[in-house]
Design a binder for this molecule. Sequence first.
Ligand code: FNR
Length: 387
Amino acid sequence: RDVERARSIEELRRMAVRRIPNFCREYLEGGAEDEITLRRNLGAFDRWAFLPRTLVDVTRRSQSIDLFGQAIAAPFLIGPTGFNGMLTRQGDLALARAAAAAGVPFTLSNVSNTPLEDIAEQAGGRLWMQVYLYRSRRFVHAIAERARHAGFEALIVTTDVPVYGNREWDARNFRAEARLTLRNLFDTACHPRWLCDVFLPDGMPRFRNLGELLPPGKDHAAGASAVLAQELDPSLNWQDIAWLRDLWPGKLIVKGILDPRDAEQARRIGADGVILSNHGGRQLDGAVSPLGVLPEVAALLKGHLTILIDGGFRRGSDIVKARALGADAILLGRATLYGLAAGGERGAARAIRLLALEVDRILALLGCTDIRNLGPDILRPVSTSPA
Ligand code: FNR
């Protein structure tokens, strides 16, 4: 079915799941261990109920916001996800183009299948780059330099992966030598559209953005996951963030913050923003939801630091709630990936469009003409259990 006919992110998700093989679905949807945090992220929005105003003229509405001094068309952007080329061919480029067309920024994961220079040349728009702090700091330095030359405006440093989370499907599907098991053969044969789009033209997509870390020939999935696992650095600490602050002149954003004290530390060290995130439930299972800690972080830091958030955003109403609780903008992870996996660039564009339409409708129903005026007074807590 055509992505244009999907009426929600959930419908795009169902289309995506039909199109891709099971090992891709597990990579896209899965979380760590028992996926308690994954579910908590999704459930956190239900703990807040809207308290709408009525009899307000809402003929004209705006959801445009300011982000680092420039307007963006909607209160969200596309966050970093690795291996997008496994969902559709040239997945990174498709996402970047959909974001640029919609007037929202796109973040490229360092673990991407497309070199950052190609994204800058072929997609345009506002671009952010995400890095992990690998043991090879030379590589981190090099990728930051490349991003600067290519015109990326922000560097996101992800801090919640000192070691890999325990994703059991990951161990099953990617860590071992990639073997063509009967199960995999059957799985892919049952998904001919994916096979023709992704696998047949080039084989499994290569990690083309990792420069000297993964030279050509070693940039295949099995090689990459082994090298990257060795390169993760459990010694990473605030001094590394200070080092990055010194070498990166653009906006620096620390991703993977949950404790308000860490958000405060990020501000002190000179970061421009934080992303409240538990990595979409893929790292510490049992962690709190970012939405659960947002009010505390906003009370401490709103106006002093750009507060971004991700995790479980699937509806315009989720986005509006986070804005009302003090987030400056929302990063989309799986929501746009479902669109991408369902239908490439058109699917990603459809996901963005659906969320923008939902935000717009919610604003009207709340009696609000400008999202910038929303505050926590439009919400009431509906339960006191920890989230
Ligand atoms: C991620 N995430 C992620 N984060 C990051 O900093 N670098 C990366 O390369 C990736 N890769 C990645 C792949 C996939 C398939 C997913 C689902 C997630 C985490 C991502 O940026 C974000 O924190 C979560 O996806 C947010 O949760 P939702 O919106 O996907 O529920």
